[in-house]
Design a protein around this ligand. Structure first.
Ligand SMILES: [Zn+2]
Length: 89
């Protein structure tokens, strides 16, 4: 885990934000930030893949299992990306 502001590794856990996401405190620049798992930890094409699987009739639970991504994340992707995809059609 690195600070998203100064890239320092001197980062400690600092409770949770109201959305229950892990909050971190950087001891170098003294700023707090929240980990954003869905943006940083999965390959770019996962989102597109998840939406495509969903369009092919797979359930969100199945997609989560196949991609090994938390169900919540899959749901967020499909909700966001699915809306974009529908606009293109
Ligand atoms: Zn920092």
């Amino acid at each position: 885990m690195r600070c998203k502001y100064c890239n320092s590794e001197k980062v400690v856990k600092k409770g949770f934000n109201p959305n229950r996401k892990q909050r971190y405190l950087c001891k170098s620049c003294n700023r707090t930030f929240v980990e954003n798992a869905e943006r940083n930890y999965y390959p770019h094409n996962y989102k597109e893949l998840a939406v495509r699987m969903f369009c092919e009739g797979m359930t969100m639970m199945a997609i989560a299992r196949v991609l090994k991504v938390p169900y919540q994340t899959v749901r967020t992707w499909i909700r966001r990306e699915g809306e974009k995809a529908l606009k293109k059609i």
